[in-house]
Design a protein around this ligand. Structure first.
Ligand code: PEP
Ligand code: MN
Length: 337
């Protein structure tokens, strides 16, 4: 981190600032030029608050030269990480397909979809029990009954279950969920992230609708900083000016995240596309871009779905998609879990 000081500042004030920076455990390389005085902060600057420095009336500018995230950073962890979800190791050359309905709607619906996605070769079963809906009048999910049905579907199929948490107060109820999803709308629910950091549960962290890649990595850092290493990231499309698609799948986020971080990245083409026919081409792109997995919405009767029917594949369409996924994953020399 580089701190540029304003011209003609008294030495005593500079010395005071330097002392308070050094108290935070970083060394300072002091450089006085003809025009500017520059402090180069050396060491782990992740704890040094840029805004605190900017607030000083002798500071002209602050520039970060290294990333503000450390535990998520590939620089300090060059090898790819894999995350163990109920014995299935996601990442590091292993490819996962998480499939299932947007929401758990009934026993019949969930068991039918679960059996179908299992037959087609899915790795995990997804299904929302608590739904973050834009309108309070839309279906909000079956809540705890939905969790029970997911457990039942796991018993019947053997598939690990993935479902979304909305608040840290639910952690006890989610104790036996195999992979806890933090949805796009909660990516910066910092209290939730901190509590997930205290747990040791695998977490699927989805990128916020308008969040930068760095913000996603900083949210992952919250969980990692609490001592929980089990984080999988998910690109699910971001908001842009484009109106022809629900969200814009930021496919470049995949190679960027893979370069910047060691954490596995999966792609959710369903929420990006918003429409079923686009799920397959976006899945293809995600595999080619280096994703470690996909999350696909599948419904036994998409036209009657209580949530996200337009983007849901029926079991037959999902089966067709999986045939292509198997070929492409093999081409990338990865192993489908
Ligand atoms: C979901 O996966 O069901 C969901 C609500 O996704 P997102 O948080 O990405 O909108
Ligand atoms: Mn959905």
């Amino acid at each position: 981190m580089i701190v540029i000081l304003k011209p003609q500042v008294e030495q005593e004030r500079i010395a005071q600032l330097m002392a308070s920076i050094e108290r935070q455990g970083v060394a300072i390389h002091y450089s006085q030029g003809t025009q500017e005085t520059i402090l180069g902060l050396v060491g782990d600057t992740t704890h040094v608050d840029e805004d605190w420095l900017r607030a000083s009336d002798i500071v002209a500018d602050v520039r970060r030269v290294s990333e503000p995230y450390k535990l998520a950073n590939r620089r300090f962890h060059p090898e790819d990480s894999h995350i163990d979800v109920a014995g299935k190791k996601i990442g590091e050359g292993n490819f996962a397909v998480i499939a299932g309905p947007c929401s758990v709607e009934s026993e019949e619906q969930l068991l039918e979809v679960a059996a179908a996605v299992k037959r087609s070769g899915a790795t995990c079963l997804r299904g929302g029990a608590f739904k973050p809906r834009t309108s309070p009048y839309s279906f909000q999910g079956l809540e705890n009954r939905g969790l029970e049905l997911l457990r039942e579907a796991r018993r019947v199929t053997g598939l690990p279950i993935v479902t979304e948490i909305m608040s840290e107060t639910q952690l006890d109820d989610f104790a036996d969920v195999d992979l806890i999803q933090v949805g796009a709308r909660n990516m910066q629910n910092f209290r939730l992230l901190k509590e997930l950091g205290r747990s040791r549960k695998p977490v699927l962290l989805k990128r916020g609708l308008s969040s930068t890649i760095e913000e996603l990595l900083m949210s992952a850092e919250y969980i990692l900083a609490g001592g929980n290493d089990n984080v999988i990231l998910c690109e699910r499309g971001i908001r842009t000016f484009e109106k022809m698609i629900r969200n814009n799948l930021d496919i470049s986020a995949v190679p960027v995240i893979k370069a910047k971080s060691h954490l596995p990245v999966i792609v959710d083409p369903s929420h990006a596309a918003g429409i079923a026919w686009m799920v397959e081409p976006l899945s293809r792109t995600a595999i080619a871009a280096g994703a470690d997995g996909l999350m696909i919405e599948v419904h036994n009767d998409p036209k009657r779905a209580l949530c996200d029917g337009a983007q849901s594949l029926n079991p037959e369409q999902f089966d067709g998609l999986m045939a292509g996924v198997k070929r492409r994953v093999a081409f990338e020399e990865k192993k489908l879990l």
